[in-house]
Design a protein around this ligand. Structure first.
Ligand code: FAD
Length: 317
């Protein structure tokens, strides 16, 4: 079933979980270990992230270096298929522009469609680790809105090669990302919303937000989206703090604010266990307020934190 069908049918706030593929060389059992502990809470769908390849320099025998491309977390399509097969729960595959040509993306989408994985979250992706700014692959997309257009074309039977126009029509339900505190590259929220609207006009069906730690950010964002004529569902994305270092790493990585009350509380914790308990408590309070406010679904960035996630969803759902 499609994400928007789940949302339309729902009589209460739904649960969505986001997981990462395992590091290359690790088994899929790590994913099952996480999901086996959370499945009883009936997530409506499970998102699987996508990770672009990056290049590293490997020393050769003659003391020179080879530039080698590696993908640390491959397997998104396979994991989505495995989830749907094992748990009979809809999987949402993340697809990114970065590192891919349009042709490679088309092939991945065809695989997804053959596997009945009809939910995709379409993203631009971040700059490669070795680059300061995002650079599109030659023959790839520069912005997520272009990727949305490609998928909408496929839904209309239009593929990249002209002679396959009016081909098989895929049936993808399309999610895109939104940023309550604006995307870090945007000069201001107004400009970011203009480009978010472009993704919606291109054919996005719903939005999932970047994490936030102050619900007012989400409420204000939804209001501004509606004022701009963005009327599709907006799913809040949140992530519990589980380690003291995240007070600094989360703002650095995700460009979001940690409210003073939360950072003070974490600073005052004497043990890692106390930090985790404070982070989980904050996340429960955030979730309960979102449920009370009628959020259509809560999307948790689980990051493999089984214990914390179990405590949270047990309390909220
Ligand atoms: P876009 O919508 O393309 O926007 C990028 C920037 O360009 C914004 O500042 C926007 O305002 C601006 N912009 C857009 N269109 C134009 C235009 N036409 N002209 C000028 N400026 C424009 N990353 C991964 O690598 N893998 C994942 O699995 C993944 N999952 C994510 C899930 C969620 C829910 C979220 C919120 C983010 C996720 N990300 C993931 C991170 C995401 O790839 C980055 O945040 C990325 O920097 C932006 O992606 P986007 O799709 O929002 O980009």
């Amino acid at each position: 079933m499609k994400v928007t069908e789940h949302l339309a049918k729902a009589e209460k706030t739904l649960l969505s979980l986001e997981i990462l593929p395992p590091l290359k060389g690790k088994s899929i059992s790590g994913i099952y270990d996480v999901l086996d502990h959370l499945i009883e809470f009936n997530p409506s769908f499970i998102n699987v992230t996508y990770h672009r390849s990056e290049y590293i320099y490997k020393k050769r025998g003659d003391d020179r270096f080879d530039k080698v491309f590696i993908r640390k977390r491959p397997g998104t399509v396979g994991i989505c298929a495995a989830i749907q097969f094992k748990y009979k729960i809809d999987a949402v595959a993340h697809i990114i522009c970065g590192g891919f040509t349009k042709e490679e993306t088309e092939d991945a989408l065809i695989d997804l469609s053959y596997l009945s994985i009809d939910n995709v979250l379409l993203l631009r992706g971040d700059a490669s680790k070795n680059e300061r700014d995002f650079i599109a692959e030659p023959g790839g997309h520069k912005y997520a809105s272009e990727l949305v257009k490609q998928v909408v074309n496929m839904n209309n039977g239009i593929y990249l090669e002209e002679d396959s126009i009016q081909g098989y029509k895929t049936d993808f339900n399309i999610g895109v990302a939104g940023y309550p505190e604006k995307h870090f590259e945007s000069p201001n929220l107004k400009s970011d919303l203009r480009f978010l609207k472009q993704k919606v006009e291109a054919g996005a069906d719903y939005i999932v937000t970047q994490m936030f730690y102050d619900n007012q950010q989400y409420f204000d964002f939804v209001k501004k989206c509606r004022e701009e004529g963005i009327n599709i569902p907006i799913i809040p994305g949140i992530k519990p703090i589980t380690a003291a270092s995240q007070i600094h790493s989360i703002p650095r990585t995700f460009h979001v604010d940690i409210p003073e009350a939360l950072s003070d509380e974490i600073d005052n914790c004497k043990t890692p266990e106390a930090v985790k308990a404070a982070g989980v408590k904050w996340c429960i309070q955030q979730s309960q307020e979102l449920v009370e406010a009628g959020a259509p679904c809560i999307h948790y960035y689980t990051m493999g934190n089984v214990d914390a996630m179990r405590t949270i969803v047990d309390e909220v759902f």
